[in-house]
Design a protein around this ligand. Structure first.
Ligand SMILES: [Zn+2]
Length: 106
């Protein structure tokens, strides 16, 4: 039984090491112990990805439907990283600060 748990952790460590969106590999063990994604520093969207998404949405917040300037908006993963969502333009949506804060529960 203990062996199986160790094997499972081992597999997860390998998977996280190979995950390009995990930018802080030293955070893998703290993450496994706590399940707090902040330890992994999941890759953020680049300015180019943000701009492309902003233009695709026509400056409209994906949640409240109001128009904002790019500087007033933040990028959000449509499918969260822990559900398999990647940090790619197809998985990016721009939200106004208020909606993003509400969504992330900060
Ligand atoms: Zn909004």
């Amino acid at each position: 039984m203990k062996y199986l748990i160790i094997k499972k952790i081992d597999e997860e460590v390998k998977r996280l090491i190979l995950d390009d969106d995990v930018t802080k590999k030293t955070g893998i063990y703290p993450y496994i112990l706590t399940r707090k994604e902040k330890y992994l520093s999941i890759r953020a969207f680049t300015d180019a990805q943000k701009l492309a998404t902003y233009e695709r949405q026509g400056g409209i917040c994906a949640d409240c439907g109001q128009h904002f300037e790019l500087s007033q908006m933040e990028a959000d993963h449509i499918t969260p990283w822990h559900d398999g969502g990647r940090t790619i333009t197809d998985n990016c949506q721009m939200l106004c600060r208020e909606c993003n804060r509400r969504k992330s529960g900060k």
